[in-house]
Each structure stands twice: as structure tokens, then as C-alpha cells.
Write a protein of this length. Structure first.
Lengths: 384, 384
């Protein structure tokens, strides 16, 4: 029996994770659930999945939940509880699915405590990939990706030698604006940007999918997870999202992992890896699939992808700047403060003002993150 | 250094095999070449690849070659030389790429002698799959498929547990007549049937691709190679031949192997398996690939596929009957004796006249093969 803590249980990945875990009651238990502030859903999850304890990041929401549950379950709140929680002896696996920079510290603590990491939080590897992978190696910890793209690559690499990889090919749906002209992109609305054709996800990642920043962050993640140089990571647009990613080997052979766009498949694989278990998730019926399309991403249409690759090539603190500027800019777009095309404009401006610090320790990464957020806010306010 | 004998060196697979082997002069040597009767090409191969010896199945052609080479190289001919040759101590790998039933006996002898088999001859597993796989297990011999479809499945299975396979999905290009109506199929010419859209192959297999018998034979092969029941083997039409086949796992995840339609890739993989080596074979550029289509094969349009699956389900000697009737019928079509749609008509008729013998020993398989060929010829003559 493996005991699991889900960091971000009320998010999209967290909800799917609980569903997957509940299908294997003899093998996995969702022992602890950590939510940001959605205590309504967290209460439902307590009733449905019976965890040992829960935690709420927002202290006010935590107090409310404490009153509502009236001592019937352990409820943690306060600034540092996650770092304590992930190190507990009664936890084997940490599903790291918080949105944004907040996922970094608890993931580090979990690796130091030797927990297996099922990693859905992109920012952890984007801002501190080298540190995290080093730490995982030192602590002999598995970091298993939950992202459908990196799960696909992991599945294609099973039984293969990493030295025989020629390149990895990350597929991108292209999001809702794949066929939208650059002129029209300047005036698209938040609702249009949130209308992703294939995947149901949280707002932040849905906007990142529309700008292709999501794919850019995945390029940086793939670099760290699989130890590949930037020029061995390619992005291809595949609007149907059936091929989740591919690996080309040195002999010219390519392997791909495919499936319906349902995060439960990579979540389950992250838990059972390197084995597989039965599921009744929907299957692809290739006799009815019809078409799969592929095309090259247009760098004019999707400047965020180019910015992410530039940040990876610069290295050091630059991916932290990219990520922080993006978080603030996306939030500003969601708040109707800036236009869709201004997201990349903000990021590019903030990146160009930054002097990269190489091999940054954690406190420098955190300071860069804080400083970049401030700068991006100032820049956005100066536009208004 | 691995010494290789190529059974069928002047055929399409044989020529590609020689090319692949010549790229690894420190690791592989094409020590012996066996041809049917194309001594012009065989002489060129002798000059180019410098084998220790060659053999010619056609005795007359063999005598001519003996005179031409004038003792400068060992030349074998005569009815049983192949069985002796494949057992020689200075051979490690047998590439079994003869066309038709002739590949069976030498492959059995090679397995008995403990040689690694790179198997391109379909009929070996179609007519004697259980016997061959048993023999391989007993002699601890690897049978590595060269067919692009079975190589694809093998590559998708590397590092995976066979018990986690839900089904395999063989892709079929659909051949030159994918979009041809049944009415028009009745009058297509030999030249039209030989005009395969994606692959350059010998005449027999090209016609088998046009009827989809080739895919039917591959279903039977997949059953034996991977120990899967018929209902776990699906066929999907994929006209672009970029996905060479797929495996669906019990968790709903699918893996596919892809590449340009070039047999050198699976040939090289069969030699280096389970490792991979560099190649400069053409790559798929997914940014320029455009489309991949999929559809269900139409059983009315392609009755040979249905007949092959029926033969597999009946088992015993029925696949031998299917194969022998098909070889004769295809030859008759190539000779303009019967029409394209009469190929399946002949096979169906001969199969319906056959009473299946279960668990046939080799002599029964051979007798069934001989008898079926006679019956099919008589039937064809009765049509004329």
C-alpha cells in the first residue's frame, strides 16, 4: 500500500489523481490532500476519499474549514506546513500538481526525504531543473512526469538506451488560435483563449496552451528530465492531440505514445511506472479517428515558444524570469488588463532587462522570481 | 564479428540487407548469399560484398554461375544445400528472406542449429507458426522480425510486459486499390496492381499488398510471434505508411513505431536488436508530413484479409491451405490467367474444400501445401 499526498487536490490534475487512486484501493491511498483555497471541493473530497488529513494554503479558508469540520480530521494551515507534510513517514509518493512557483519548495523537501515524485508542476523544473535533477540523483529519487507529453516520452524510452535518442518531438495542439491570424490575435477575448479544443484544464495552463508558452515550458522540462540539449528537442503542431509526443532514435526509427486526451492515463502511468495496470479509460479507435495533422509552429504567431527556447539557451536565472513574467502577464490578461499578444510582449521586455545569473542557488531563484513579478507588474501598469 | 547468411540475397529484402550489413564492416559480414536464379545480380553481389560462398537454388543457373566464376568462390547447388549451409559453424545469423514456402525448411534447420533468425519470410510462421515458436523456445533462439509491421510491434514492446498488451494494431497502406470500387477491381490490370503507392517490393508481396492478403498473413505471423489470440490483433488502414504498427496497453495507452517506408530501418533493427545503431537513412520530418489518415478496412473490397483471419481461427493446416492457394492464385493473376478479384475467389473455394488437420507435423504441412497447389491449379484451369 502506497500512501500519497496530492499537492493541489482541487485542481484539474488533483481531481483526476483522486479518481485514479480510488480505482486501486488495495494499492494506493490518498492520505493527504493539499488545496489552495477551494474548501467546498476539498470538503467533498474529504467525504468521498477519506484522507488522513488535509491542508489549505490560504489561511483564512483554512480557518473556515477547521470550523466546518469541527476536529473530525487533521487540518494544516500556515506558511511552512507543506514542507513538513511532504516529509512525513506515512507518505511514499508526492503528486506535485500545484500551479506555479509555489510547487518548488515542497518538491525539494519531498526529494530530500526520498519520496517518489509524480511531477505535474511545470515550474519546478523550469526554474530549478538542474538543482532538482541533481538532488533527485543524490537522493536516489524517481521523478516521474505526469504531463502527457513527458509521460509519452518516458513511455517511448522504456527499454531503450538514452544514448540512442536522436531527438524528442513534443506535440502541441496549437490551442484555440492555431488558425487565427496575427492581426486577429491582437483582439481575441479571454473567453476565446480559454476555449481549448482538446483538453479541459485550469485557466493558467489553458492560456499557456493558447500562447504555446506551455509547450515552451515543456521544452525546458524535457531538457532537464531527459538530459537532452535544446537542439534535440523539437516542437510539432498536431491539432488532434492523439500523439502525445515522440522520440526519434539514432537509427531513424521513431516511437510515439498515443491516447485520448485524458490526463488519467499519464497519472495512472506515473503511479504504476514502469508497470501498467488495467483501466477503463476511453480508448482511441483508429478505425474511426480519421486524420492526424502535423505542421511547423509559426514563430510569429506564437512568440512565447521562441522566448522559452531562448530562456533555455541562456540558462541560469533566465527561465525563472520567463516563468515569473509569464505568470503575471497571463494573470493580467485574464483580468483584462492587457491584450493576448501583450503577454509575449511583456515577457520579452522583462527578459531583455534581466542579466542572467548562472548556476543560481535556491535563494537567488526565489529572489529573481519575486523581483521579476514586481517588474512585470510595473511594466503592465506602465502600459495602462 | 557476426557472420550472416542471407537466404534470398537478390530479392528486395536481401539487397537492402546487404546494404545495411556493409555499413558495419567491423560488426557484421555477409558470409554466404543464397539466390534463387538471378545470377547476374548475384555475381555483382559477389564482387561488391566478397562473401565466403554463394548458393543458387535453380540448378541450371547454378551451373552457369560455376562456369562464370571458375572456382574463385564456393558455389553450392542441389536440393538440400540450404539445410546444410544454415547449420555451418561460421554462421551466427540467418536472414530468412526467401519468398514463399521454400523458406520453411532452412529456417527450421537454422533454429535447430541455434542460429539467430532475422525473419522476413512470412510463410514460415503462417504455415508452421506453432512448431517454429516451440522449436525456438526449446533451442533458446531469437526470432527477430524484419517485416516493418512486426518490427514496429517489437519496438513498441521493448521494456514492456507482454501481459500488459491489450491488443496490437497492424497498419495497412491499403495498396494501390484503396479507393477503387469493387466493380472496378474486377477489371484492374497486373500493372495497376504492381503499382504500390509507398513500398518498392517483389511482385508476389506487391500483389499481396493490393489484395490485403499480405496484412492477413501478418495477422497470422503476429499471433505466433507475440502469442496473441486473433481477437487481440486489429488491422487499420493507414495510407501514408508512416506508422508501421501500434500496441495498445491495458491502461489505454498506445505506442506506435514510425518511420519512412524504408526496409533498411527494420533490417538494421533486427541485426542490432535490442540495441540501436546510427544510420543515415531518411528521417520523417513531421513538420512537413502534413496528414496521417486512418480508416477501417472494407471486408467486401478486401476479402483476402477476412479469409486469412478465418484461416487463423480454424488453425491446424488451414493457414497452409490459405498460403498455398494464394501463392498459386497470385501467380495465375500475374500470368493474366485470372482476374484480380478471382484471387480471393480461388482461395475461398480451395479453403472450403479443405478439412482441417489440427497440430500437423512438418510432413503433413508439406503434403497439404503440395496438394493445395495442385487443387488450386486445377480450379484455375477449370475457370479457363
Amino acid at each position: 500500500m502506497k500512501n500519497i499526498v496530492i499537492l493541489g487536490s482541487t485542481g484539474s490534475i488533483g481531481q483526476s489523481s483522486l479518481d485514479v487512486i480510488s480505482r486501486f484501493p488495495e494499492r494506493y491511498r490518498a492520505s493527504y490532500l493539499v488545496a489552495h483555497k477551494n474548501i467546498d471541493l476539498l470538503q467533498q473530497q474529504i467525504d468521498m476519499y477519506n484522507p488522513k488529513g488535509v491542508a489549505v494554503i490560504d489561511e483564512c479558508a483554512g480557518s473556515v474549514l477547521r470550523k466546518l469540520t469541527n476536529g473530525s480530521i487533521e487540518i494544516l494551515t500556515g506558511p511552512d506546513f507543506m514542507e513538513e507534510l511532504v516529509q512525513r513517514d506515512d507518505i511514499d509518493i508526492v503528486i506535485s500538481s500545484l500551479v506555479g512557483f509555489a510547487g518548488l519548495r515542497p518538491t525539494i523537501k519531498a526529494i530530500e526525504a526520498g519520496k517518489t515524485i509524480a511531477l505535474a508542476n511545470k515550474e519546478t523544473l523550469v526554474v530549478a531543473g538542474e538543482m532538482i535533477m541533481d538532488l533527485a540523483r543524490k537522493n536516489n529519487v524517481s521523478i516521474v512526469p505526469v504531463d502527457s507529453e513527458h509521460s509519452a516520452i518516458l513511455q517511448c524510452l522504456v527499454g531503450e538506451d538514452l544514448t540512442s535518442v536522436a531527438k524528442v518531438i513534443l506535440t502541441a495542439s496549437g490551442g484555440p488560435f492555431l488558425n487565427t491570424s496575427i492581426e486577429t490575435l491582437k483582439t481575441v477575448t479571454v473567453d476565446e483563449a480559454l476555449n481549448h479544443p482538446n483538453w479541459r484544464m485550469g485557466n493558467k495552463i489553458t492560456i499557456d496552451s493558447a500562447t504555446l508558452m506551455n509547450k515552451g515550458l515543456e521544452v525546458i522540462e524535457a531538457h532537464h528530465l531527459f538530459g537532452l540539449p535544446p537542439d534535440k528537442i523539437e516542437v510539432v503542431i498536431h491539432p488532434q492531440s492523439i500523439i502525445h509526443s515522440m522520440v526519434e532514435f539514432i537509427d531513424g526509427s521513431v516511437k510515439a505514445q498515443l491516447g485520448v486526451p485524458d490526463m488519467k492515463i499519464p497519472i495512472q502511468y506515473a503511479l504504476t511506472y514502469p508497470e501498467r495496470s488495467n483501466s477503463n479509460f476511453e480508448r482511441v479507435d483508429f478505425r474511426k479517428t480519421g486524420m492526424m495533422e502535423f505542421r511547423e509552429p509559426d514563430p510569429e504567431q506564437f512568440p512565447c515558444l521562441r522566448l522559452a527556447i531562448e530562456a533555455l539557451q541562456k540558462g541560469g536565472t533566465m527561465p525563472t524570469v520567463l516563468n515569473a513574467a509569464n505568470e503575471i502577464a497571463v494573470q493580467a490578461f485574464l483580468n483584462n488588463e492587457i491584450s493576448f499578444m501583450q503577454i509575449s510582449g511583456c515577457i520579452e521586455r522583462v527578459m531583455s532587462d534581466h542579466t542572467t545569473i548562472m548556476n543560481p542557488p535556491l535563494d537567488v531563484i526565489e529572489a529573481t522570481d519575486r523581483e521579476t513579478r514586481k517588474q512585470t507588474r510595473s511594466f503592465i501598469e506602465s502600459i495602462d
